[in-house]
Design a binder for this molecule. Structure first.
Ligand code: GEK
Length: 261
């Protein structure tokens, strides 16, 4: 990445070059019965298209995540990408690290995601070493960390396991270390929830998803992706020990926080 590149755009372009491009048509025909959403090989094959068309601001957010990671990366430390999927956040961080002796640990428990993630990392030239691990982030030991990124992953963890996971992240951070957390939000106020859902729906329609695709995906995710409110995130992060919690991005019902140890 050159100094004048627009962060989000440049990153999206690199991902498109390094991974196979396939359009997400997974829910375009009726599924009967409709299974719960899973990060399997079919999803991994269309993931770049799926997440770009489903999560407003994904490219910008991921690019800015890299910039924040570059700012907080400490010499000789580790950076973690928990729920790395195909490695977007890992690559964004890797290109922004300028301090010596850093390494990135990217973790995902989907074998299909990990396989493609390794290919994307190998195709990238940045010098910081990356280890891609197929494991559950609830069992991952966090050590010597200056930055931990969780880009749209906490929302897939059982609600009662979220605080223990964040406590584990907090204890593995070095002084001055940060968690960069991006999540889908829900809103306590019904009217606000309705507005945000409407705008998210408009975003998906504008990106070419049909009513059938939208309704089947929503039903498949219903028991799997359980969003929290901004307040719930703030309180949980504080309960996990973080001293400062700052929201830094929001596009409709998707937001990102910086939590400082
Ligand atoms: C990105 N961060 O592109 N342990 C490990 N991985 C898990 C677990 C778990 N317990 N639960 C879910 N995952 C990425 C996008 S996607 C978000 C993250 C989305 C993994 C799961 O396999 C999937 O790859 C990822 O978390 C969530 O910046 O699809 O909305």
């Amino acid at each position: 990445m050159g100094p004048g590149d627009i962060i989000g755009f440049s990153l999206t372009k690199r991902m498109a070059m390094s991974s196979e491009r396939r359009t997400d048509t997974l829910y375009s025909i009726p599924h009967e019965p409709l299974a719960d959403f899973a990060f399997d090989a079919e999803v991994a094959a269309v993931f770049p298209d799926m997440i770009r068309r489903s999560v407003p601001g994904y490219g910008t957010l991921s690019g800015l995540l890299g910039l924040i990671a570059g700012e907080y990366a400490q010499a000789g430390s580790r950076l973690y990408d928990l729920g790395c999927s195909l490695g977007t956040a890992t690559l964004a961080m890797r290109r922004r690290i300028s301090r010596p002796g850093c390494r990135i640990v990217a973790v995902d428990n989907s074998a299909a995601m990990v396989e493609r993630c390794r290919e994307n990392i190998e195709a990238d030239q940045a010098p910081t070493p990356v280890e891609v691990v197929c494991a559950d982030i609830r069992d991952t030991v966090i050590e010597q960390a200056s930055v931990v990124a969780m880009n749209f992953t906490l929302q897939f963890i059982e609600p009662e396991q979220r605080l223990p996971l964040l406590r584990n992240v907090h204890q593995g951070l070095l002084p001055g270390g940060v968690l960069i957390l991006a999540e889908k939000l829900r809103f306590a106020d019904a009217a606000e929830q309705a507005v945000q859902e409407r705008l998210h729906l408009a975003f998906k329609r504008a990106n070419g998803y049909s009513e059938l695709e939208i309704s089947q995906k929503r039903a498949a995710l219903e028991k799997v992706l359980l969003p929290d409110t901004l307040d719930e995130h703030r309180r949980r992060l504080q309960a996990a020990g973080f001293s400062q919690v700052t929201p830094w991005f929001q596009a409709f019902n998707f937001a990102a926080f910086l939590a400082v140890r």
